[in-house]
Design a protein around this ligand. Structure first.
Ligand code: ATP
Length: 132
């Protein structure tokens, strides 16, 4: 059996997930990462993306809308801006948000908040991908 670590995913309004995991996949601002137990300590910033919690062959997916991740040898703590399980995601709403953001980025109207549109696009893509 793979060595396990303790995982906590905390949202502003409380605990989203607390349990054991053997491997964790997530999107940091440095790119896609995968972490096993006994990783060197590391704290980094999360980008919107899909988090995959592995526990001996089982995988739970969640859309994480950004935040921080603190990796220690035997525990990982995620402080997420917002986290959603696949069954909480309204895919049609996410598709509409994606289309809106893409149209804004394409049109480039004066006064467009590019960073905001890009962030909305990433959130929508994280939701669509987690719900698949
Ligand atoms: P939208 O433009 O559709 O509101 P958004 O990315 O701007 O999307 P957020 O600001 O990230 O939305 O989220 C606002 C609230 O709406 C949060 O509570 C979030 O969980 C919820 N939410 C947003 N999109 C969805 C979705 N597709 N399915 C379920 N809940 C969603």
């Amino acid at each position: 059996m793979a060595e396990m670590f303790e995982l906590k995913i905390i949202e502003p309004d409380g605990m989203f997930f607390e349990g054991q995991a053997s491997f964790l996949e997530f999107t940091s601002v440095m790119g896609e990462m995968g972490v096993y137990a006994n990783h060197i300590p590391l704290t980094t910033i999360l980008a919107p993306g899909v988090m995959k919690i592995h526990n001996d062959g089982q995988v739970k997916k969640a859309a994480i809308m950004g935040g921080f991740i603190e990796i220690q040898k035997d525990r990982i703590t995620v402080m997420a801006e917002n986290a959603e399980w696949p069954d909480e995601i309204d895919v049609e709403r996410a598709k509409a948000a994606k289309k809106r953001a893409e149209e804004r980025l394409q049109k480039k109207d004066a006064g467009l908040d590019t960073a905001r549109a890009e962030a909305a696009l990433k959130r929508a893509m994280a939701r669509i991908s987690a719900a698949k």
